[in-house]
Design a binder for this molecule. Structure first.
Ligand SMILES: Cc1ncc(COP(=O)(O)O)c(C=O)c1O
Length: 385
């Protein structure tokens, strides 16, 4: 295997906009000012200043009031994914609904917990409500009512699509009809490039069962390992009861809270244009090299492009060729709720340099063509037809 020069595999933000100096200054300040707190355990809810900053982030974007005491700071949103599932699960074998293609971290956590995942089909508007309603009806009939619905409705990972408001309202209505909680994972919410911003589900949903998951990994950096759950009592207590780690890293939270004390807007205004340009370079590269045989998403935010390849691509060969040529991606199988091998792949463009993107996409294109068994033109119009 050759050295990976073009790593389109991992979903990270742009490293060149990481605000090292401002964070250094914040670290010095908070260690001086909060030394006494740092000598204690943080407790289940976590750093009050970060909860306040994130309540303002979420509430400000959605135009609603959020009580910071209903936020639990977690070790990345991944811990929030797991704690919530544990809180809502009764036993192994419980059913949960996920998008047909979803975040592998969540799928892995649910598999480890022994949850039985039912995948609902996606289209350009996210989870299809007709399929969701069908699945809920069928599962109710089988005595397997799901414990919750997990949805990434904004800049979905891996497809990049965003669910329109009208569909969000339908989803809330269908979930309420069957009394199934929605777990909304919105970790890409503020990585926005263009087009309308759709409201988060929690801002449209009064149901006290609704659980909302957020993260600082995508707007700041995953190394901070900071995420959070927003849930109202009694759901809040139910989730907190699963927590046995004495709280999250107080120092990381204090530094992030200091950095974001005037809101997240200033930093997002620096990072989002840089990422948008990378999205554009990636889609331009695909248009120049693969338009005749592939289809892909053009996300309005988030860090991913979902690409559909011809059915006659030998996907094992494609993987070998790309690895030999220093190109990395994540294959569709990793995102499929049942690990099925499908003719898709995900490109993560956030942390590559512009040069790597411009050079890398033609490498992918060459490998894709070489891994085919025909020269036929594209037989599909879009990602989901
Ligand atoms: C949809 C989704 N949820 C959760 C996570 C986990 O993020 P964190 O770093 O906050 O644990 C990711 C990371 O890629 C993600 O894409």
């Amino acid at each position: 295997m050759s050295e990976i020069k073009y790593d389109f595999g991992t979903g990270r933000s742009d490293p060149s906009t990481f605000p090292a100096e401002a964070l250094q200054a914040a670290a010095v300040k908070v260690i001086g000012e909060q030394a006494e707190e740092l000598t204690k355990y943080p407790g289940g809810l976590g750093h009050a200043g970060l909860r306040q900053a994130m309540a303002e982030r979420e509430g400000g974007r959605e135009g609603v009031d959020i009580n910071p005491d209903h936020l639990i700071i977690t070790n990345g949103s991944m811990q929030a994914v797991t704690l919530t599932a544990e809180a809502l699960q009764d036993q192994k074998g419980d059913t949960v609904i996920v998008e047909e293609y979803s975040y592998p971290g969540t799928l892995g956590a649910y598999r480890s917990l022994g949850l039985d995942m039912v995948g609902v089909r996606l289209d350009e508007g996210g989870m299809r409500i007709d399929h969701l309603a069908e699945a809920l009806e069928r599962l109710t009939g089988e005595g397997r009512l799901p414990k919750f619905i997990y949805a990434i409705s904004t800049y979905q990972n891996p497809t990049g699509f965003i669910m329109p408001k009208s569909r969000r309202l339908e989803m809330i209505e269908v979930a309420a009809r069957y009394n199934v909680p929605i777990v909304e994972d919105n970790c890409y919410a503020d990585v926005h490039y263009d087009g309308p911003i759709e409201p988060a589900l929690f801002a449209l949903d009064d149901n006290p069962n609704h659980v909302y998951l957020g993260s600082l990994s995508k707007i700041l950096a995953p190394g901070f390992r900071l995420g959070y759950v927003y849930a109202r009592p009694p759901m809040l207590e139910k989730i907190l009861a699963r927590r046995h780690d004495a709280g999250s890293n107080y120092l990381a939270a204090a530094i992030a809270a200091e950095f974001y004390k005037d809101g997240i807007g200033n930093h997002a205004a620096v990072t989002n244009p840089v990422l948008k340009r990378k999205r554009d370079l990636t889609t331009q590269g695909l248009e120049d090299t693969l338009d005749d045989i592939c289809a892909w998403s053009n996300p309005a935010g988030g860090l991913f492009i979902w690409l559909r390849m011809p059915d006659d691509v030998d996907r094992k060969k494609l993987w070998e060729l790309t690895q030999e040529n220093g190109f990395n991606y994540l294959p569709g199988t990793a995102f499929h709720y049942a690990n099925r091998n499908k003719p898709f792949l995900r490109l993560a463009f956030g942390h590559l340099t512009e040069e790597q993107i411009v050079e890398g996409i033609p490498v992918l294109a060459r490998c894709l063509r070489e891994a085919r068994t025909s020269n036929e033109a594209r037989t599909f119009e879009g990602l989901f037809d």
